[in-house]
Structures are given as C-alpha cells and as structure tokens.
Design a protein around this ligand. Structure first.
Ligand code: 13P
Length: 247
C-alpha cells in the first residue's frame, strides 16, 4: 500500500566531515525513483544536509516540540524545522520512549502539532523483548497506535514505523514473518478503529537491524511498505541497497 518508503535515522551520530562524506555517497548512488526516501540527521546538521543533499531525498527531524516555539530551553519547534526545509519528523522512537521517558500522551501532542503545521510524522511503535515474551506485542502496539489515533487529525501525512525494541541496534532483525504478522495486525487495528481507507493507504514500515543483506526478504512481504534504518543508513552504498530493495 502506497509508495515504498525508506527512512535513514542517523540518531546522534556524525560530524561535519563524516556527514559531508555520507551526503556525497548518497548523491552519487543510483536510487530507484519510485521510492520515498528520507534521512533524519541530528538537528545541528539539518541545514548542512538540506543544502547539499540530492533533492530526491527529503529531510526529517528526529524530534520536535509540542507547540509553537518560545521559552522552551533546548527544544526545537516545528516552525523552525519547516524553515530549514524539513518535510518529516520521527516521533515516538523507542530511544525517546525508553531512554528519555517520553509517554504516549506527550508523543501524541507532538504528532498533532506537527501535522497541524503540515510536517509529516513517522510514528514509531514497538514492543520490548519482555513484552513480546509475555505475549503482549499486539497490546503494546495497539496502545501506542491508539495514542496516535486519538491525537492526529488525519492520517494523510503519517507513516507508521514498527520497530520492535529488541531488534533495534542489536543485529537481531525480526524475521519477515514476525514483522509481517505485526504489520497485518496494525493494519487491521487501523481498519477497525480508524477506517478501511486509512488502513489500506497508510504505509507501515519496519525498523530494527535492517541491513543490505536482510532487506530483500523483508521487502517481499505484502504489508512491509518500507524501512526505517539506523546503523546501516550511515553507510551510503548500503543505504542505497536498502532503498533499491523495493519490489
Ligand atoms: P538499527 O537499524 O540500527 O537497528 O536502528 C533502527 C532504528 O531505530 C531506526 O529508527
């Protein structure tokens, strides 16, 4: 459903020099044209990347504030992100949920405000290992989905990223069957709780240890509409391989 979507989440990595090299590798790569490609550099390099990266790739932020800017020390507003040419923001990432302590309500506020200002949202969900082992994967994902659904005015500019926490940065990628199972459940949840149209149109992408070697098998699954890539997105040629895994 929808155009294949591949995001590169650079997280808190890079220097001016390493990012300039990554941008030049991406600019010289041959990328399938029928894929939406987005990279999320650290805030401090957004402008550098926007000004040097091929227009085929859009820019995302890794976070944003919940409303208009002002006296919010250390925060970055949606308006500022748009001023730099950002088209997307990643929200609800597991590192922000579990390391920074962001809850569903706070994430929902950010999503609502970003969408109200026409900034697209890459909405991340996913269970911890102990939740999976306790048979709570769907419960957790549905709760996270409900928080987004309660907050967002429309799903037109939302991409859902299913990122099981146990697969992030661990080298333990979900099997294509494990990912497909959750993607189907999330789509079914959307169909029951939002609408059949939103369920069929909304892209659900997978994240967690995706690399150049495992992307092709995952991409074959019917409900995997793309990827959110961490570590492997820091290597231009490997990220290109992942983009080009579109089937
Ligand atoms: P890795 O690809 O490094 O596992 O990270 C996934 C991720 O968190 C993308 O947002």
């Amino acid at each position: 459903s929808g155009k294949f979507f591949v995001g590169g989440n650079w997280k808190c990595n890079g220097t001016k020099d390493s990012i300039s090299k990554l941008v030049s590798d991406l600019n010289s790569a041959t990328l399938e044209s029928d894929v939406d490609v987005v990279v999320a550099p650290p805030f401090v390099y957004l402008d550098q990347v926007k000004n040097s990266l091929t227009e085929q790739i859009e820019i995302a932020a890794q976070n944003c504030w919940t409303g208009k800017g002002g006296a919010f020390t250390g925060e970055i507003s949606v308006e500022q992100l748009k001023d730099l040419g950002c088209k997307w923001v990643v929200l609800g990432h597991s590192e922000r949920r579990h390391i920074l302590g962001e809850n569903n309500e706070f994430i929902g506020k950010k999503a609502a405000y970003a969408l109200s200002q026409n900034l697209g949202v890459i909405a991340c969900i996913g269970e911890l290992l102990e939740e999976r082992e306790a048979g709570k994967t769907f419960d957790v994902c549905f709760q996270q989905m409900k928080a987004f659904a309660d907050a967002v005015p429309s799903w037109d500019d939302v991409v859902i990223a299913y990122e099981p926490v146990w697969a992030i940065g661990t080298g333990k990628v979900a099997t294509p069957e494990q990912a497909q199972e959750v993607h189907v459940a999330v789509r079914d949840w959307l169909s029951k709780n939002v609408s059949a149209e939103v369920a069929s149109k909304t892209r659900i992408i997978y994240g967690g240890s995706v690399n150049g070697g495992n992307c092709a098998e995952l991409a074959k699954k019917e409900d995997i509409d793309g990827f959110l890539v961490g570590g492997a997105s820091l290597k231009g040629p490997e990220f290109a391989t992942i983009i080009n895994s579109v089937t």
